[in-house]
Design a protein around this ligand. Structure first.
Ligand SMILES: [Zn+2]
Length: 367
């Protein structure tokens, strides 16, 4: 029998009663599902304001003018609200009709990183562990996560099969980031073939090996997304994590045009993902979607390419979510500051698991 009956209040009470259950004990499983999506290094400036004209201008070479740039013609509008809807129309329809988004500092809502490094591995580790480990996680080196992640814990606590907790990522480092015990969950990351005979997958395997990106151990997001969808529709995971990359790497390369195209393409992937989730009887109405990023970047046309502890603004991030057990709030205004340290406990709470019981220092679930 399902114990969750559809209101945020019910869910909160239900999670509280589970607070005393210790690690390793099975929890009552209400059959909900979660999808976590990260968009690497996606700045709050683009998420909430769309195209940044100062940055675009700084990347153009004479005689090209701002007004004649195809990027400007595609994404420019007078107000921030119009520009963000031109860049990510689906995200904005999702958060205004079905969910919430926090992190718009101009509206009195901030989301900050808890870690002090402001680059990828520490950022993703914070998301998946619920707390920073600044002294232990200090590089993007391919070392196995020193701590058990929320993905591994959900598999154990809900007695899920390996295929039911799956990560698809463009960057190969996710093989190390998402789990402490190698092989504890299903991971397909970097230019890695997917062992699935489903429609299109052999062709995707072939194409990703030939379509080299300018970046080491990283594939284009299209392969990550298509493979994730193939796994979603056939293996039907309860916990799915999709980690997109291109918004970060094109920015590092100074290609603002490609960076914005990556935002728009990712938005299309989110639309396709959501549409499928809402069309499937097992996922519709019981799937919680959370979208966030691992770090921000510099705020100006001189430092937007970069991030890291010395780059002001790289600590500013955002969190969007749509949960059938939480009230729809749209864009948050004048709200308490959130942290990406709250993601792990939030994801766990949606699955009926109290992350803070075993991780008292971790961020608390978003309410
Ligand atoms: Zn990153």
């Amino acid at each position: 029998m399902r114990q969750w009956v559809g209101t945020a209040l019910t869910a909160a009470v239900w999670v509280t009663t589970l607070g005393s259950i210790g690690a390793g004990q099975a929890v009552h499983d209400p059959g909900d599902r979660i999808v976590l999506v990260t968009i690497d290094g996606a700045r709050t400036q683009e998420i909430f304001g769309g195209l940044d004209a100062d940055i675009l201008k700084s990347t153009l070479k004479a005689p090209q003018t701002l007004e004649s740039s195809p990027t400007y013609r595609r994404f420019w509008a007078e107000s921030a609200e119009e520009r963000r809807r031109k860049l990510m129309p689906f995200l904005w329809s999702l958060v205004t009709e079905h969910g919430s988004i926090a992190g718009d500092t101009g509206a009195g809502s901030a989301v900050r990183l808890g870690n002090r490094h402001w680059f990828s591995y520490p950022g993703y580790a914070e998301i998946l562990l619920g707390e920073p480990h600044d002294a232990q996680i200090t590089s993007n080196d391919a070392v196995q996560n020193r701590y058990t992640t929320v993905l591994e814990t959900l598999r154990t606590r809900l007695s899920l099969s390996r295929n039911q907790v799956a990560t698809f990522a463009s960057w190969a480092l996710f093989n190390q980031i998402v789990e402490h015990t190698e092989g504890a969950t299903f991971v397909n990351a970097g230019v890695e073939p997917l062992g699935l005979s489903a429609k299109d997958v052999p062709l995707l395997n072939h194409l990703q090996a030939e379509a080299a990106t300018p970046w080491d151990v990283t594939r284009f997001d299209v392969f990550t997304f298509r493979m994730a969808m193939a796994h979603l529709t056939t293996a039907r995971p309860r916990v799915l994590y999709i980690a997109f990359d291109e918004t970060d790497d094109w920015a590092h390369d100074g290609r603002y045009d490609r960076t914005l195209e990556a935002y728009a393409r990712t938005d299309g992937y989110l639309r396709e993902l959501w549409t499928w989730l809402q069309s499937d009887s097992e996922y519709q109405g019981r799937t919680h979607l959370l979208i966030t990023t691992d770090h921000g970047r510099g705020r100006t046309s001189t430092d937007w390419r970069n991030h890291g502890a010395k780059v002001a603004g790289a600590e500013d991030v955002w969190i969007a979510f749509a949960s059938p057990r939480m009230p729809q709030r749209g864009p948050w205004r004048d709200a308490p500051t959130l942290s990406t340290s709250q993601v792990a406990a939030t994801l766990a709470s949606w699955m009926g698991v109290d992350w803070n019981a075993d991780h008292p220092k971790a961020g608390k679930p978003i309410r």
